[in-house]
Design a binder for this molecule. Structure first.
Ligand SMILES: Cc1ncc(COP(=O)(O)O)c(C=O)c1O
Length: 377
């Protein structure tokens, strides 16, 4: 089976994890602290706070910013549902904003329209833009908009480690940025997440909240507030540390693979069978999603490719189309189409010419077969 993506774990990474297992210090040891320091350097932020998942990072960001009942947060309608779920989990209301078809992200113009159209009764407190699949948002415009309206910005950069917004990296430009370290992401600790911020007080609060509200005082542990247990283990941190020095090269390989895919699939786009994702020099290409033409049955294409030993899947979800968000209104025609027709192709830095050629040939055949009956009708 050609998998959708493969985690990149070499023997050195396995040895690093084994070293932690032999050390007897499995949590809150030197590995976690070292990984945080290395992430701070790599990302260029004052603080990096490791947690147990990307969802935990987003959740903790909202808690630390004091967002809760009576508040509303703008969230893209096309994302992984965790982005909207965490707003609900703190008791606030997610307000869904449609996305742009080419980038799969919200645009500053759509955010502005949603802000200006907001009539409450909840108080609009924050924006949670998503750098979907690693596409870097125009954060200068997003931050200017947020500043004008007194809103906090929590960047969902779950998929976007290494994406470049001009001179800076995605995730480092809002009040807090959140990354996922899940195995579908370029850098993975199995499960894991990281929050970054330049705000010392916020970082202190985040560290406290992830660990039962504890800070170390002169006489021992002080439980300052009600917190969570969202800690990452040292085995996971060791895994991340072993990968981080290779991340820049992996991102370059992904950028090259995206261009290779675009060349191979251009004839299918020219025939009107699919649309290719937008290229941006700073894209980190966590996922390569094509959008099949209307009328092509996406599920049938997924089955046909599985029959050829190729794993493909939906790209992301349209939240307002899900039963769990049935009570949230949104007129998101683009998000609905991306959810229905989006197809994520096998993609990771270990893949190259042979995999792209195999996927392009199988996808071409599946699309020709899927379109046949529609034209015959
Ligand atoms: C945009 C987005 N936000 C949040 C998450 C949640 O991350 P995790 O799976 O690490 O909890 C994901 C995971 O795929 C995601 O794609």
């Amino acid at each position: 089976m050609l998998r959708l993506s493969l985690p990149h774990i070499d023997e050195a990474a396995i040895a690093a994890v084994a070293g932690v297992l032999r050390s007897g210090q499995l949590v809150q040891g030197a590995e976690g602290a070292a990984f945080e320091a290395e992430l701070q350097r790599w990302l260029g932020t004052r603080h990096a706070v490791l947690v147990s998942s990307g969802t935990a990072a987003l959740h903790l960001a909202l808690v630390a910013l004091g967002i809760g009942p009576g508040d509303a947060v703008l969230v893209p309608d096309f994302t992984f549902p965790a982005t909207g779920n965490v707003v609900r989990l703190v008791g606030a209301r997610p307000v869904l904003v449609d996305v742009d078809a080419a980038s799969c992200c919200v645009t500053p113009a759509a955010l502005q329209q949603a802000i200006e159209g907001w009539r409450g009764p909840e108080r609009l407190r924050a924006l949670m833009p998503v750098h979907e699949f690693g596409y870097p948002l125009d954060m200068a415009a997003v931050n200017a908009l947020a500043a004008r309206h007194g809103l906090a910005v929590v960047e969902d950069a779950a998929c976007a480690i290494g994406a470049r917004c001009g001179e800076r990296l995605a995730g480092t430009l809002g009040a807090i940025g959140c990354f996922s370290l899940h195995p579908r992401k370029t850098l993975t600790t199995g499960e894991g997440g990281v929050l970054v911020t330049d705000d010392d007080a916020l970082a202190r609060r985040l560290r406290r909240l992830r660990n039962h509200g504890i800070e170390r005082g002169e006489t021992g542990l002080v439980f300052h507030e009600t917190g969570y247990n969202l800690r990452l283990t040292d085995m996971q941190a060791a895994l991340g540390r072993a990968q981080l020095p290779q991340l820049a090269a992996w991102l370059e390989a992904r950028r090259a693979l995206a261009l290779r895919y675009r060349d191979a699939l251009a004839p299918l786009e020219a025939r009107g069978l699919l649309a290719l994702p937008a290229v941006h020099a700073g894209h980190s290409w966590q996922t390569f999603m094509v959008v099949l033409a209307d009328g092509i049955d996406c599920a049938a294409v997924i089955r046909a490719l599985a029959g050829q030993g190729i794993e493909v899947n939906l790209g992301a979800q349209c939240l307002s189309a899900l039963p769990s968000f049935a009570d949230v209104a949104a007129a998101s025609s683009v998000a609905r189409r991306l959810y229905a027709q989006g197809l994520a192709l096998p993609f990771c830095e270990q893949y190259g010419e042979a995999e792209v050629a195999r996927v392009a040939a199988a996808l071409g055949a599946a699309l020709a077969a899927a379109r046949g009956p529609i034209h015959a009708r």
